[in-house]
Design a protein around this ligand. Structure first.
Ligand code: NAP
Ligand code: ZN
Ligand code: ZN
Length: 346
């Protein structure tokens, strides 16, 4: 085992603070990664504040990790020392169930092993990316193309794949009208990716404050949801709505914006149950769906797609001691559009 530096949440109510954690020895199929950058996902905040359930404190979060391989186990074939790699929300799964075999490890029937707060194969609790190093099984480590700027790549590992996967699954592309609700970390990636896929993209944000940005990122239209006329003007319009909002939302109001056979997919993860009138679904044969991150193969496909299309997240680089302030800004919808921790400051 080795002792490495990290920033951890001591409890649901205290700020994150510097600490040290243990990383396991590099096994035959493991790689050791020296972390360069770690993105801040809203899920990190939901988790450390205990909004989604019990948390094994102290906990190091962070599941948008990029870094360089510094050591490989004897049986490793996918990665070499010096490679630029990434780790997202999962570090393991059973690898044997039908979903794992189909490359959908995020839906492993035995439960995937999350990058943090999960029970690892050795019984220890996984600790995430706000840290200097991590040891991960090679088949859960992605290759980060050189074409993607190093300091901007980390958010692709969660925000990128979580939006790419539903856009791909529900066939966003030419002739399709796609709405993105919430222009935060996930939302801004959804706009860039849906635009690159060829869809006509509309942002539905709480206000028009970020309109100029939204259009620059690739949106064709931008509406404020605080304006009641938005819901009248856009009724029966969209083939696909990707809801990235981290808080409670009036689902019926948004579902009514779907045209015949349209789907609204929820990737936003508010802790509370959301009410919904089934009659809204009967009309226009609408669907309401959810989607969780993406499999390893699809994550690599997304990274290659972003490299090919010149897509990278818009990031604000911070030092580790700014993490608590960054959390407050995310909660105030004041992030442009993803905070990334420079791991050399940990
Ligand atoms: P974020 O950067 O905070 O973005 C969320 C956006 O939602 C905000 O920028 C804001 O956009 C909008 N919003 C926030 N509060 C709102 C409210 N009360 N009413 C209406 N809109 C509101 O968060 P994120 O990192 O993108 O994550 C978004 C959600 O996705 C979180 O719940 C996260 O846990 C979840 N998530 C799920 C998965 C998955 O696998 N399904 C993966 C990653 C994250 P505007 O300012 O434009 O209105
Ligand atoms: Zn995330
Ligand atoms: Zn499985």
């Amino acid at each position: 085992m080795s002792t490495v530096k990290a920033w951890a949440a001591p409890s649901a109510t205290e700020p994150l603070e510097p600490t040290t954690i243990e990383r396991r020895d590099v096994g035959a199929r493991d790689v050791l990664i020296e972390i360069a950058y770690a993105g801040i996902c809203h899920s990190d905040i939901h988790t450390v504040r205990g909004e989604w359930g019990e948390v094994p404190y102290p906990l190091v979060v962070g599941h948008e990790i990029v870094g360089t391989v510094t050591e490989v186990g004897s049986d490793v074939s996918r990665h070499q020392v010096g490679d630029r790699v990434g780790v997202g929300c999962m570090v393991g799964s059973c690898r044997e169930c039908e979903n794992c075999k189909a490359g959908e490890e995020q839906y492993c029937l035995k439960g995937n092993i999350g990058t943090y707060a999960s029970k690892d194969e050795d019984g220890t609790i996984t600790q995430g990316g706000y840290s200097t190093h991590v040891v991960v099984a090679e088949d859960f480590v992605l290759s980060v193309p050189e074409a993607i700027p190093y300091e901007a790549a980390a958010p692709l590992l969660c925000a990128g794949i979580t939006t790419y996967s539903p856009l791909h699954h529900w066939n966003a592309g030419p002739g399709k009208k796609v709405a993105v609700v919430g222009l935060g970390g996930l939302g801004h990636m959804a706009v860039k990716i849906a635009h690159a896929m060829g869809a006509e993209v509309t942002v539905l944000s709480q206000s028009l404050k970020k309109q100029e940005d939204g259009l620059r990122l690739g949106a064709d239209h931008y509406y404020a949801t605080s304006d009641e006329s938005t819901f009248k003007d856009l009724r029966n319009t969209f083939d696909l709505i990707v809801n990235t909002v981290s808080a409670e939302l009036d689902l019926d109001a948004y579902l009514k914006l779907l045209r015949l056979n349209g789907t609204m997919v929820n990737v936003g993860a508010p802790p509370q149950a959301l009410p919904l009138h089934v009659f809204t679904l009967f009309d226009q044969r609408r669907s309401f769906a959810g989607s969780g991150i993406g499999g390893i193969r699809e994550t690599q496909e997304m990274l290659d797609f972003c490299a090919e299309h010149g897509i990278a997240p818009e990031t604000e680089l911070i030092s580790a001691d700014q993490v608590n302030e960054a959390y407050e800004r995310v909660l105030a919808s004041d992030v442009r559009y993803r905070f990334v921790i420079d791991a050399s400051t940990i």
